[in-house]
Design a protein around this ligand. Sequence first.
Ligand code: ADP
Ligand code: ASP
Ligand code: MG
Length: 408
Amino acid sequence: MALIVQKYGGTSVGNAERIENVARKVKATAEAGNQVVVVVSAMSGETNRLIDLAHQITKSPDLREYDVLVSTGEQVTIALLSMALNKLGCPARSYTGTQVHILTDSAYTKARILDIDEQAVRSDLEKGRVVVVAGFQGKDENGNITTLGRGGSDTTAVAMAAALKADECQIYTDVDGVYTTDPRVVPTARRLERITFEEMLEMASLGSKVLQIRSVEFAGKYNVPLRVLSSFEEGPGTLITYEEEKMEQPVISGIAFNRDEAKLTILGVPDQPGVAYKILGPIGDANIEVDMIIQNVAADATTDFTFTVNRGDFDKARAILQKVANELGAREVSGDHSIVKISLVGVGMRSHAGVASTMFGALAKENINIRMISTSEIKISVVVDEKYLELGVRALHTAFNLDQAPAA
Ligand code: ADP
Ligand code: ASP
Ligand code: MG
């Protein structure tokens, strides 16, 4: 008998009819002789609605209360799904994150899972019940409700699968697998049969929201077989795997992009030891994550220093930078919050030269100006103006031969 963890995302449980559809799929899995744990997200749009409500009360809500609020969306779906399963004659019980003892740290809105006490779940499974668990939430050591960051139900599912040593963790969503890039932006994108953990980690961290990055980290660390599938149609989906394919590897496996970017430049800072630290220290102290960093070669005794942050942190970072600029006697601070990052990802890059030049050539042909560049072993990222996102991604998708063959 296999133990399967299935996760259904917001669109998949978006209304009563869809919840009943999920119940039928879960029942079929159980009746095929499997033990099943189901993790569900809030109904689509619900988490956004809750966040919006909070912001109607205050611009900066107390984060403890924020988590109490936004975790409620998932409580609705676990109850409804369990009702639907029971109605179909498939015994099921729902549990919130607190009830299944998903222990996290206390970092409200972005808590990390530390431990799961899987005993209660096991005893239900042994009694032949389907266990339905609320995604996206846990509790800290003092019993405060925490949430795991947007898209966090993926991580709940993988963590449950790791704790229970499940045979497979299946992430059911509104696309039928992981694609070469977001199929909503590039209609000719192709579903991948498999993708390595390493590549999936890069894709997730560079903006492909099909899986939350922490879920991929968890799956890699605990060796959880992970598959992305559609809730709405049958198919093999995409397997996330350790094996780098023996067959010929494409140089690029996928293209990720992130609209949530902004950049800041401090111009005319004295070119001295310790300057980077003086600039980025206060930014880090304010808990603002910095991504790409560029320091220009000093022309005179001064230099320019540019870095990117999440768009949501732009105003805060700019205010801090202005203060630093005054202290350092820098000339000026400038910023741009209408930029995006486009990244090519592929383990095949390790053994192939010329990826960067093909990339830059394809963008040049479309007259797209590159504002920043960063590379690592299996990815190349560029920052471009927001208005070029779709054009840039499509051009690169074609330039690297990722497009689907046209239907015969
Ligand atoms: P869920 O609510 O099921 O968690 P998400 O909206 O979080 O679903 O993730 C699925 C979405 O991820 C898809 O609808 C698709 O637009 C987007 N996406 C981005 N990049 C990719 C990719 N490379 N492959 C598949 N989907 C992607
Ligand atoms: N409901 C949460 C969100 O919208 C968690 C999830 O869907 O994974 O981010
Ligand atoms: Mg998601």
